[in-house]
Write a protein that binds this ligand. Structure first.
Ligand code: GYE
Length: 341
C-alpha cells in the first residue's frame, strides 16, 4: 500500500505512538468507567444507577437488625447504591442524616421515623431540593401535604387487633371470666406503639372480662422490658393474668422476672408478644410465650422497587403493608420454619 507522504518521518512516527497510547488510555478509561458504573448501582437488568440515602433508627431489637440486613441485601440485589446511617435511637441524628443526604443530592431518601412528630422542617428541605422521600416501617404526623411519597410498613393496628382477638379466644378456651392485663408498650409516640395499643384496646373493648391494669413504656428495649415487668410485679404481684408486650425484646426481658417470682410464664400468666423473631418463636415452642403476632422486617424489596420507580418519575402506591400472621399455642408449632431474624 502506498505510504502517505512523510509517514516514515521520525516526527510522524513519534506522533503516531502518542496517538496510539492516547487511544489505549481512552479505551482503558471507558472500560474502567463501565465497570465502575455497574458496581456503582447500574441495575442488574440495566436500570439506571440510583443513590438511596437510608436513615435507620438504631439497633434496638432483632427486628431492627433483621431490617437493616434486609435493606442492605436488597440494595445489592437491585443495584441500588446505599448511603446508610444508623441514628442510635436519636431523632436528632436522623434529622442530621437526612440533611446530609440532601447536601449529597441523593436520588431518593428513605427513613424509619423513630417517633411521629417533628419532621416537618427537614422534610420541607428535602421537598425543596426535589428529593422524594419514602417512609419505611413507621409513619409521621404532619399537617403539611406532600412531604413524603409513600409508607412501606406493617399494619400495626391490625397486629394489635390480632393480639386482642387471640386473647379473647384464649379466655374462651380456658373458661376464664376475668383477666387482669398489663401492657408493656413500645417507644412513646411511635407508630407501632400507638397503633398496637389502639388495635388491642379496640379488640377487647366490648369484652367485660378484660381489664387493663396498666400500660407502661418499655421503649422496645429488652432491659426496659425487664425493669417494667419487675415494677409491675412489685405493684400487682400475682394479680397479673396477661402480659401484652409490644415487641419480642421486651417480652424476652420480662420472662425471667416472672420466673424469679416463682410464676410460670405461659401458664400462670398468658404472654402475648409481637414481631416473631427466632428467639421469641423458640420460647413460644417451649411454651413460655402463648402468642406471637408476626411483624416482618423484610421491607427491602419494596423499598428498592419503590425507589427505582421514584427515580424514574413513576407513580408509586401510597401504602404498602406486608402480609402477616399469628403464631400461637392454638397451632401446630412444629410447622413454623426458620424465621431469618
Ligand atoms: O416491633 C420493634 C422494633 O417499628 C416494627 O421496632 C418496628 C418495631 C419492632 O424495634 O422490635
Amino acid at each position: 500500500m502506498k505510504k502517505s507522504q512523510g509517514e516514515d518521518h521520525p516526527k510522524f512516527r513519534k506522533n503516531n505512538g502518542i496517538f496510539r497510547s492516547f487511544r489505549a488510555i481512552l479505551c482503558l478509561f471507558l472500560a474502567v468507567s463501565l465497570i465502575a458504573g455497574c458496581q456503582n448501582g447500574a441495575g442488574q437488568k440495566g436500570e439506571p444507577s440510583i443513590l438511596l440515602g437510608f436513615s435507620q433508627i438504631g439497633s434496638e431489637s432483632a427486628w431492627r437488625l433483621g431490617n437493616t440486613r434486609d435493606i442492605e441485601e436488597q440494595a445489592e440485589n437491585y443495584g441500588v447504591s446505599l448511603m446508610f446511617e444508623n441514628a442510635n435511637q436519636k431523632q436528632e441524628n436522623q434529622i442530621a442524616a437526612i440533611r446530609r443526604f440532601i447536601a449529597y443530592q441523593v436520588d431518593v431518601i428513605a427513613f424509619s421515623p423513630i417517633v411521629e412528630d417533628g419532621w416537618d422542617n427537614v422534610l420541607l428541605e428535602a421537598k425543596e431540593a426535589g428529593i422524594p422521600v419514602i417512609l419505611v416501617d413507621r409513619d409521621i404526623s404532619t399537617e403539611q401535604e406532600g412531604l413524603t411519597t409513600c409508607l412501606i410498613g406493617a399494619d400495626f393496628y391490625k397486629e394489635g387487633l390480632m393480639a386482642g382477638e387471640y386473647l379473647i379466644r384464649k379466655a374462651d378456651s380456658l373458661g376464664l371470666d376475668h383477666l387482669n392485663i398489663v401492657e408493656i408498650t413500645g417507644t412513646d409516640n411511635s407508630t407501632p406503639m400507638r397503633q398496637r395499643q389502639a388495635g388491642f384496646a379496640d379488640a377487647i373493648a366490648n369484652d367485660e372480662r378484660m381489664v387493663i391494669l396498666e400500660s407502661i413504656d418499655g421503649d422496645f428495649i429488652k432491659s426496659r422490658g425487664e425493669e417494667c415487668m419487675r415494677s409491675l410485679l412489685e405493684k400487682y404481684g400475682d394479680e397479673i393474668d396477661v402480659v401484652y408486650s409490644h415487641n419480642d425484646e421486651m417480652t424476652l426481658g420480662a420472662l425471667p422476672e416472672i420466673e424469679k417470682k416463682g410464676l410460670i410464664p405461659g401458664k400462670d400468666i398468658i404472654i402475648i408478644s409481637i414481631d416473631g423473631g427466632q428467639d421469641a418463636i423458640d420460647v413460644l415452642k417451649e411454651g413460655k410465650i402463648n402468642c406471637v403476632v408476626e411483624c416482618t422486617p423484610k421491607l427491602g424489596k419494596e423499598v428498592m422497587e419503590t425507589a427505582i420507580k421514584l427515580k424514574a418519575g413513576e407513580k408509586v402506591e401510597g401504602i404498602i403493608h406486608p402480609e402477616e400472621q399469628v403464631f400461637s399455642d392454638e397451632m401446630n408449632l412444629s410447622e413454623i420454619g426458620p424465621r431469618g431474624y
